[in-house]
Design a protein around this ligand. Structure first.
Ligand code: ADP
Ligand code: GLC
Length: 481
């Protein structure tokens, strides 16, 4: 199949969260299964290894012609296509310290158009042009307008006539909603407004939901929840498309493997855990914590309401009344960043709250810690619980979305548990689950070792999910246009 995978962030070129990890890994897994893949994302900054393809297109948006250039990195069987335009060259990806950029609708409409044009003008890594039956895999609100443009501007002109669009749903909490007046800049005839209109506002995610051929949420539980009460207003729109909506869980890319993770000071695997101890000691040294074999709790997160950082904040005094350490990494809301700083000041020998984005440190924390805290209010899939399990760091998670689908709760009589799943989303339930984790770690070493082994052996490879995506693509291609 010919697949154009499009996302607003793509690791290692750009990243704010899990979408980038998925965008950096799934195209590879698809290419590994024999498909021709262009993976398209904006070029937010210089990428030294990217080659200028010399291919340029002009896209008309917001009353002007915009020249877009394509750079390419050919690696891992995928042509990574970086879309160069001055509007992507900013300090942040979606915004800066003053907030979200005011022209994001323009920037991502441009990305959507550039991805459609890429299918026409950028050959695959093998030098061959993409065929007529191309599948676009758009993601989240940023590329929600891609199918609209396909229907409105391309198909009527006899271009990309047989192309199909699958929309990945990673987070209904962000829909790109903006004022209706902006519609005028999108270069779409008035009759398309109905697809974008949501209660009088322009909603690119809704537009993608109603015009794509198929919808894939990033876990089976999230696929159900967004039709029920987690759709941030889009529940009934999603229900109307229920036969075209499924959930496929995310996997783990090869760079998250404790046996050869380049960010780690020591390596380990399920049968050789000595390296994990060395990672803990090294992290304690790095962060200036006492170097001791003491239970280490951890959290790595965008500091957003979604992630339930407030629950971690609430249990911290109790948690640190035990002989344990707590290491947190995150950035986002000022309120939670302040909590990180206060925790360090109040418990200098026990707590560290590293404010900022630090990929290498994220790997070292996953490797060093014993327990990972992930009390998300909602979690479409979640990757950190998967990384944690692979690194033998048992997760405590709220029973929602992909966390339910990927973590097996420790309950009496089960010998396949990989972590603790609590409900409801309240401090008491969370504290109790964290208490169980601490008790198991300190008093029941055999039970701990068994859970750790289960967690590390869990199959989170991308290949299984890639096969499911392949079936979705095959299915939409088999339908008449
Ligand atoms: P989400 O996409 O909602 O943020 P995921 O669990 O799917 O949640 O993915 C989060 C990704 O972002 C993981 O790779 C995680 O390690 C990374 N991450 C989040 N915050 C930071 C940070 N401050 N520094 C480094 N990596 C981070
Ligand atoms: C979103 C979700 C997260 C998911 C990620 C990748 O950012 O919040 O749960 O893992 O996308 O699909």
């Amino acid at each position: 199949m010919d697949i154009v995978w499009v996302a607003s962030e793509m690791a290692p070129f750009s990243k704010t969260g899990g979408l980038a990890d998925v965008a950096g890994a799934l195209p590879k897994a698809l290419a590994g299964r024999g498909h021709r893949v262009l993976a398209v994302s904006p070029m937010y900054k210089d990428v030294p290894e990217a080659v200028d393809t010399g291919i340029k297109v002009i896209v008309h948006l917001f009353g002007h012609d915009h020249l877009v250039r394509y750079f390419a990195v050919d690696r891992d069987g995928v042509r990574w296509v970086l879309v160069a335009h001055s509007s992507f060259r900013r300090e942040g990806i979606y915004g800066d310290s003053k907030g979200a950029y005011g022209d994001n609708l323009f920037r991502y409409a441009l990305l959507s158009r550039a991805a459609l044009e890429a299918a026409r003008f950028v050959p695959g890594l093998d030098g061959q042009w993409l065929g007529d039956d191309v599948v676009f895999h758009a993601n989240d609100w940023h590329t929600g307008l891609l199918p609209v443009y396909l229907h409105a501007l391309y198909r009527p002109a006899g271009v990309l006539r047989r192309a199909r669009v699958v929309l990945g749903l990673h987070n209904l909490g962000h829909q790109g909603t903006t004022h209706a007046e902006e519609f005028g800049g999108l270069d779409l005839a008035g009759r398309w407004w109905g697809h974008l209109d949501f209660h009088g506002y322009l909603n690119p995610l809704k537009a993608g939901v109603v015009t794509s051929d198929a919808l894939v949420a990033v876990s089976p539980t999230y696929a159900k929840q967004i039709m029920h009460d987690q759709g941030f207003g889009l529940e009934s729109v999603l229900r109307a498309r229920r036969t075209d909506l499924i959930g496929i869980p995310n996997g783990i890319g090869p760079e998250w493997d404790p046996a050869n993770d380049t960010h780690l000071p020591a390596h380990f695997d399920v049968d050789h855990l000595e390296g994990k101890k060395a990672c803990k000691a090294a992290l304690q040294r790095e962060l200036g914590l006492p170097v001791r074999d003491v239970p280490m709790f951890s959290m790595i997160s965008r500091l957003d309401y979604q992630k339930g950082v407030d629950l971690v904040q609430s249990i911290t005094p109790w948690l640190l009344s035990n002989d344990v350490q707590l290491v947190m990494l995150g950035s986002g809301s000022k309120e939670y960043e302040a909590f990180f700083r206060r925790a360090e000041q109040r418990w200098p020998r026990q707590a560290r709250g590293w404010v900022g984005f630090n990929e290498a440190l994220a790997h070292r924390i996953e490797a060093a810690a014993d327990v990972f805290l992930m009390p998300s209010r909602f979690e479409p899939c979640g990757l950190n619980q998967l990384y944690s399990m692979r690194y033998g760091t048992l997760p405590v998670v709220h029973g929602t979305g992909g966390l339910v689908d990927t973590v097996t709760n420790a309950s009496p009589g089960r010998d396949d548990a990989t972590g603790w799943v609590f409900r409801p989303h309240e401090v008491d339930a969370f504290q109790q689950a964290v208490g169980w984790a601490l008790l198991t770690l300190t008093r029941y070493p055999a039970a701990w070792a068994k859970m750790q082994r289960n967690a590390m052996l869990r199959d989170s490879s991308w290949d299984r999910s890639a096969a499911l995506y392949e079936a979705v693509y095959g299915n939409v291609l088999a339908r008449p246009v």
